[in-house]
Design a binder for this molecule. Structure first.
Ligand code: HEC
Length: 262
């Protein structure tokens, strides 16, 4: 199962979604947003036990406090994002025509800060993660809705992310797809490999390994370490384009973050 490099986004989406629906015929579209918990009954059971007292709740509460606290000029985040209560994270990342780049939710928050004379937060600062946790929580169950407009820059960003996902790298010479497409559902040591479909829907997420809520781009770095490959930085252009491709392929699945992962 390799996605042809030059194919159009909608063809990729259809081909890959069909591939996974055929491979896992008992799973609903919704199930895929639960990653390995849809495939591994033992992992699912321990997850459901932890969900009784979800460790990510503090991050949501702190994020809400930050979000509703006014900037020094009296404005609020809500003035930048008037519809946030209806959920907005399902529309991120998006292609920004004006700056010709992919904008993630973290970046949109930082843009809002800069418009209000507040310094941007570092990509992995806990305050920024908490803000995204709150906004993602407000989007729970909303279908992921990512568009790749028919515009050369947007198409190029999408193709860049796609190529990265399917290209082999690192001392072990694996691509992301080697594990998450070709071997999805199989075991790697003690873990079941999640399918590409739904991989972005639960982020930011509480990882037991980290003991805190962290970002999708931090998870990307962990996967690079597994194959001994050099990783880019959180919020770098390649990681944003990678997120753009991965989120686009998961169109229609519900937002499910923040969640819990090993
Ligand atoms: C050697 C196999 C391997 C490769 C290659 C690999 N990963 Fe992973 N990845 C894992 C394992 C194991 C996990 C943890 C179990 C799971 O959720 O799949 C994981 C988890 C993830 C998750 C979290 C999924 C969730 O539901 O929370 C994301 C996102 C992810 N990988 C992205 C990538 C990307 C992007 C690449 C390429 C840069 C990549 N992975 C390469 C093994 C791999």
């Amino acid at each position: 199962m390799t996605a042809p490099i030059a194919s159009a986004p909608l063809d990729d989406l259809y081909t890959l979604q069909q591939h996974f629906f055929t491979q896992f015929p008992t799973l609903s579209r919704q199930d895929f947003s639960n990653g390995v918990y849809a495939l591994d009954p033992d992992a699912r059971q321990s997850w459901l036990a932890i969900e009784q007292f979800p460790p990510y709740e503090i991050a949501i509460d702190l994020g809400k406090q930050l979000f509703t606290h006014p900037f020094s000029n009296g404005q609020h985040y809500g003035d930048c994002f008037p519809d946030y209560q209806q959920g907005m994270s399902q529309h991120y990342p998006y292609w920004d025509l004006k700056t010709q780049t992919v904008i993630t939710l973290s970046q949109a928050i930082n843009r809002c800060r800069q418009q209000n004379q507040a310094p941007p937060l570092p990509p992995t600062s806990q305050s920024l993660i908490n803000l995204t946790a709150y906004l993602t929580f407000l989007s729970r169950d909303k279908p992921i809705t990512i568009t790749v407009p028919p515009e050369p820059g947007a198409r190029a960003a999408y193709q860049h992310g796609k190529k990265y996902y399917h290209q082999r790298r690192g001392q072990l010479n694996f691509s992301c797809a080697s594990c998450h497409v070709q071997n999805a559902g199989k075991r790697l040591r003690t873990e079941t490999l999640s399918p590409l479909l739904g991989q972005t829907s639960n982020w930011p997420t509480y990882r037991l390994k980290w003991g805190r809520v962290g970002t999708l781009h931090q998870r990307f770095i962990g996967c690079h370490q597994q194959i001994r490959a050099q990783a880019a930085a959180p919020q770098s252009e390649i990681f944003r384009n990678l997120e753009y491709y991965m989120s686009y392929i998961s169109n229609g699945l519900p937002v499910n973050g923040p969640s819990i992962r090993k």
